[in-house]
Design a protein around this ligand. Structure first.
Ligand code: ADP
Ligand code: ZN
Ligand code: ZN
Length: 734
């Protein structure tokens, strides 16, 4: 048997399949599409994925190399195809796509974790009663095994167990370590699922119909203008309308039909919450996958899914690659979140990949949000939920005009926060900028402290005692004198979360009213979870942070929400800037006034009090907002009415970067498609010491755009004169 493999290299120029013989120890059954091999390749040993099998190779026998080993994990064949599709769709290579899709443990050849498990024998049972001589430790171990059944050996004392094994009183074996069965205490929290509200039932109806085995989904189940698949739904429900319960019911129906489920959430921080809700309903068949897990744990969860022990995968972006067979339902919660876009190569979009997987598996796709993307409104059948489950109204949103003000907090905000403390309530304050101040300048000569590697200002982090670049991580001590003119007057401009925290601590903090901060400077997934937990558990207090604080957390009793600089997201030169602003305000309003004492109140501080996204968000009018965005996008030729592909050329020498971008432009245009336009090359700010030029290709037809870019990129990569230039291709840039 011959294995035709995709070697897992990063090199863009390596394409195609490579033939290998199997190692003598391997059996033919081990060789399937998706098997992982370790192979000699270009003088190194690397992992490779079997893409095809054959009986003979076209290579001469003496040129045919032999694989070194077959690795224990195997990729389902549909994921190999998916990797090839992703490589095409995002102008990458199958090898790179496979590397983002495989858990790291699998390519390292990680074994399943095994542990010693002990069980009591019949002789052991009688030994407990018949006066057999036992030490205290031996008696304790036997008693425990008699009471609890087979148990991991370590806590009972391996030496003790080995001695008992020698006497035939226990048996000890090395077994695959199962996760400890989650106890039923979890499911007892859930009790029975709540009866659905009328809106939930109405939303679930069409989803359940599409899930039914007989559904061919023909009649009346298309997107608003007849586009999209009959199995793609957008659950457009206001915050607190109970979207998760709809997902749970849809998942239940899918599992009952013998099929499997993937649930995607936008943030690692939200996976425990989602996991808890799904585990409470479905117990041990739920597995979790996200990049914050150790390789070993992630690999274990991956194997549980691949083996069919777990049938529901819950996780962030990469869980879209869960190795589940026969997927019946894929849910993308908070579908408007940009974290669904992967930042490395291939720059895949988990929402697009989810739609592809759903189509391949004949599964139903449900994407949900209170602030859906125009793309989803355009492409899917929309199911609306307009009311909160608890019957409360959405919180009142007040716009506070900050023009002409210097203090970061509006007087009304100060008053509202003081009232909140007085009343023993909770508040969330959102400021999408971390650090103490945005930039430092010299009071005498005007010098601005910049990153030496990137053309951006350094941000002051007072607690850390440094100024830092938020792009490359470069750090310097906080300057006290200007290196250009010697002045000691260093001015600080703007306020970030760190400074705001400092001010609020001084103004408000008390033992019964903690002031907590959550942003990317809160190191580590666990530390963040602890802060959220503290805020959750405290009877009152303030949580300050970047957009992280506005996302999906279900705090029952937040009465006040504050957005400090609502325009911040609008200042980006990006056609999605207004959507981000709208979503941020709406999502924060969504955290406010849930099941608390009062209906809740949101304050939005802004320099542009009449800006459309701010006014419409204050009116909770996502319908008008998204309709307007669709009209605007149509007029300007933006997605979903066209496809954009962005290519960035980066090099130490600006000339090289420009030449590569210009060559790309010429080649894309030479492809000669009528509906294709190229913008650029436009210079971008220097990043990590590299000059950068950007090209944006726009075409009405997606395949045309992607193909033209792919061919141009391949040609430029092959040009030896330009080999110092790094190219990065982003289809559907965010
Ligand atoms: P969304 O995701 O739409 O913002 P959630 O799914 O978080 O809303 O639901 C909000 C709250 O309402 C949750 O605490 C949930 O347990 C509760 N809930 C959902 N559906 C029902 C229902 N049918 N009856 C009672 N409570 C419900
Ligand atoms: Zn100076
Ligand atoms: Zn930098």
């Amino acid at each position: 048997m011959i294995a035709r493999v995709i070697p897992l290299t990063q090199t863009r120029a390596i394409r195609g399949l490579f033939d290998y013989r199997l190692p003598p120890s391997a059996t033919a059954e081990e060789l399937r599409v998706g098997s992982l091999l370790r192979v000699p390749f270009a003088g190194r040993t690397i992992a490779a994925v079997v893409a095809q099998t054959a009986t003979v190779s076209e290579l001469a026998p003496e040129r045919l190399a032999t694989a070194l080993a077959v690795l224990p994990a195997r990729l389902p064949a549909d994921l190999v195809e998916l990797a090839v599709w992703i490589a095409d769709e995002y102008c990458s290579t199958p090898a790179r796509a496979l590397q983002v899709l495989l858990p790291a443990g699998a390519t390292r050849g990680l074994q399943e974790r095994r542990a010693l498990v002990a069980a009591i024998t019949d002789a052991g049972r009688s030994a407990l009663g018949d006066g057999t001589r036992l030490t205290a430790a031996q008696r304790a171990a036997l008693t425990a095994l008699a009471a609890h059944g087979p148990t991991t050996a370590a806590p009972l004392g391996t030496a003790t167990l080995r001695r008992l094994e020698g006497r035939g009183l226990v048996s000890v074996a090395l077994e695959v370590q199962r996760r400890p069965a989650r106890t039923h205490s979890v499911s007892s929290i859930a009790a029975a699922p709540p009866p659905l509200t009328a809106e939930q039932a109405a939303a679930l109806g069409p989803i359940a119909a599409a899930l039914a085995p007989s559904a061919d989904g023909a009649a009346g189940a298309e997107g608003e203008d007849g586009r999209g698949s009959a199995r793609e739904f957008l659950l457009h429900g206001v915050t607190g309308s109970g979207k998760t319960e709809v997902y749970l019911r849809a998942a239940e129906a899918t599992l009952a039909a013998g099929r499997t489920v993937i649930i995607l959430v936008p943030e690692i921080a939200l996976t425990p919450q989602a996991l808890a809700r799904f585990s409470a309903r479905f117990g041990d068949i739920v597995a979790v996958l996200h990049s914050g897990m150790s390789d070993g744990r992630r690999h274990d969860e991956w194997l549980r899914l691949a083996r069919g022990e777990a049938r529901v995968a819950v996780g962030a972006r990469s869980a879209v690659f869960a190795p589940l067979p026969d997927i019946g339902l894929i849910v993308v919660d908070e579908e408007h979140e940009s974290s669904y876009k992967h930042e490395g190569d291939p720059r895949y979009d988990a929402r697009t990949v989810a739609a592809r997987r759903a189509r391949v598996h004949g599964a139903v796709l449900v994407v949900g949000s209170a602030t859906p993307r125009p793309e989803s409104v355009y492409a899917s059948r929309r199911l609306l939920m307009r009311a909160r489950v608890d019957g409360r109204g959405l919180p009142a949103v007040e716009i506070l005009d900050m023009r002409g003000r210097h203090n970061p907090l509006h007087p009304d905000t100060r008053l509202a926060l003081a009232d909140c403390r007085h009343a023993g309530g909770k508040a969330i304050v959102l400021l999408n900028r971390r650090g103490w101040s945005n930039f430092l300048s010299c009071g005498s000569c005007g010098r601005v402290w910049m990153c030496p590697n990137c053309e951006v200002a350094l941000v002051l982090h007072r607690a850390g005692g440094h100024v830092a670049c938020h792009h490359c991580g470069h750090r310097e001590r906080v300057p006290t004198t200007c290196p250009d003119c010697g002045s000691v007057s260093v001015a600080r401009h703007g306020a970030g979360t760190e400074r705001l925290e400092h001010e609020l601590v001084a103004a408000l903090a008390a033992p019964e009213f903690p002031v907590l901060r959550l942003d990317a400077d809160t190191a580590g997934h666990d530390a963040r979870a602890r802060i959220l937990e503290r805020f959750h558990a405290a009877p009152s207090g303030v949580l300050i942070g970047t957009q992280m604080v506005a996302k999906g957390h279900d705090f029952a009793d937040v009465g006040l929400g504050v957005v400090i600089d609502a325009d911040q997201t609008m200042r980006f030169p990006d056609f999605r800037a207004e959507e981000r602003t709208f979503a941020l305000i709406t999502q924060l309003a969504g955290r406010t006034g849930r099941a608390g004492r009062a209906a809740g109140r949101v304050l939005v501080q802004t320099m542009e009090p009449s800006a459309r996204p701010i006014v419409l968000a204050a009116q909770h009018d996502s319908e008008t907002f998204v309709r307007g965005e669709l009209r605007r996008r149509k007029a300007l030729g933006y997605p979903p009415f066209a496809t954009l592909v962005r290519v960035i050329c980066a090099a130490l020498e600006a000339d090289g970067a420009f030449t590569a971008a210009d060559a790309l432009r010429a080649r894309v245009l030479a492809a000669g498609a009528a509906d294709l336009a190229v913008l650029g090359p436009a210079p971008l700010f220097m990043l990590r010491g590299k000059a950068r030029y950007q090209l944006v290709v726009r075409a009405l037809d997606r395949a045309t755009a992607v193909r033209a870019v792919r061919e141009a990129v391949d040609a430029v990569v092959a040009d030896r004169a330009l080999r110092e230039v790094a190219l990065s291709v982003d289809v559907d840039p965010q």
